[in-house]
Design a protein around this ligand. Structure first.
Ligand SMILES: *Cc1c(COP(=O)(O)O)cnc(C)c1O
Length: 367
């Protein structure tokens, strides 16, 4: 299958379907070039602080920032945010929904020696556990989209006595949401925002800010870099504790401009629903394929996972696609399934997703 040439009229215009980082729109790169003069200048001076302010304002607009909520940012991406939450947010004990790799990583970070052993409700990959109240926890955490499996979880308020902390790294900007249901809706910009990585953002509620202040005042040892109180203070000044990646911020700025121009979150959600819908419909119709996520209500519109029966070698399929310039359709490495995983992030053209299904038909038919 590897040396099969897919006819040009079946190929997508852009063959990047990776779940992180995302395809970057050429207009973002043009924006970077147009703002070249900003690169190599101080992040403590007005031009770069203006860039940070503009991105914070665009995010506030995109998420219809509720009264009293704030847009925070810090360096290190979502993985650093987990450690920051262990130091700065969880007071005694957290509860985690784990239904894949990323939810599991936060639970692991929260198993810190100064905290009580986290409570975990888990489900087999491809499904999701039910969010039920747990006594004695002060943070409830789950992903809005579990990127390793393509399972979606709605953003719903947690129990009254705990903060709802939602990992929206692969969902933010691609799925509609009422952020007022969460206390911290956090993400990194290399998925639907089609930027580079290295920074985290969080939409924080007044209760979350209050918790951050309370933990900081408790006397617990908190490294500066992982201090959310530092992040709150610096974000309010449109800066970060240490040097941010300016290219990441510029690529993000253009993606946000485009998202807002297209109609904001509802328009992006419609776009990803269309893309994902094409793939799920294809997998339902194609005898050798099935959507990995059995319950249609749990299926993600930003990450689509498709299982293949034993007549198909999915690894060879991904390799053949790659040889034709259609890249990063391999499944999450630790899942170990005969599967393809395709991002249907905001930047990806729905028409290109249709072309991808035509490529798959071609490769399966000519075997
Ligand atoms: C990609 C991803 C992460 C990791 O983000 P980094 O910025 O690379 O740390 C975390 N959670 C989810 C749900 C993701 O999709």
């Amino acid at each position: 299958m590897n040396d099969l040439r897919i006819p040009a009229d079946l190929l997508p215009a852009d063959g990047r379907f990776g779940c992180g980082p995302s395809k970057v729109r050429p207009e973002q790169v043009a924006h970077l070039e147009a703002n070249m003069a900003l690169l190599g200048t101080s992040h403590r001076q007005a031009p770069v602080k203006g860039l940070v302010r503009s991105v914070r304002e665009q995010l506030a607009q995109l998420f219809s920032l509720p009264e009293g909520h704030e847009v925070l940012l810090g360096n290190g991406g979502s993985t650093a945010f987990w450690d920051a939450a262990a130091f700065s947010l969880i007071q005694h004990r957290s509860h985690h929904l784990v239904f894949g790799e990323f939810g599991g990583k936060f639970a692991k970070a929260a198993a810190a020696p100064w905290l009580e052993v986290p409570s975990v409700a888990s489900a087999e990959p491809g499904s999701r556990p039910v969010l039920e109240p747990v006594e004695g926890v002060d943070v409830v955490a789950y992903p809005h989209n579990e990127t390793s499996t393509g399972v979606f979880h709605p953003v719903i308020g947690a129990q009254a006595d705990a903060l709802a902390v939602v990992d929206a790294t692969s969902a933010a900007g691609g799925l509609d949401v009422d952020v007022s249901a969460a206390d911290l809706y956090y993400f990194a910009p290399q998925k639907n925002f089609a930027s580079d990585g290295g920074v985290w953002f969080a939409i924080a509620s007044p209760a979350a800010i209050e918790r951050i202040e309370r933990v900081a005042a408790s006397g617990r040892y908190i490294p500066e870099f992982l201090s959310l109180q530092q992040a709150v203070a610096n974000s309010r000044l449109d800066q970060t504790l240490n040097t941010p990646a300016l290219t990441t911020l510029l690529l993000l700025q253009e993606q946000l401009r485009w998202m807002l121009e297209q109609g904001g979150l509802p328009a992006m959600a419609a776009r990803t629903a269309e893309s994902a819908g094409s793939l799920y419909a294809w997998a339902e119709a194609r005898p050798e394929a099935t959507p990995f996520v059995a319950d249609p209500a749990h299926r993600s519109n930003v990450v689509v996972t498709i299982d293949f029966d034993e007549s198909v070698d999915a690894t060879a399929l991904a390799k053949a696609l790659r040889a034709n310039g259609v890249v990063d359709t391999e499944p999450y490495r630790k899942l170990g399934r005969n599967q393809l995983r395709v991002a249907t992030f905001a930047a990806i053209e729905p028409a290109d997703v249709v072309q991808l299904t035509r490529c798959l038909d071609f490769l399966l038919d000519v075997r």
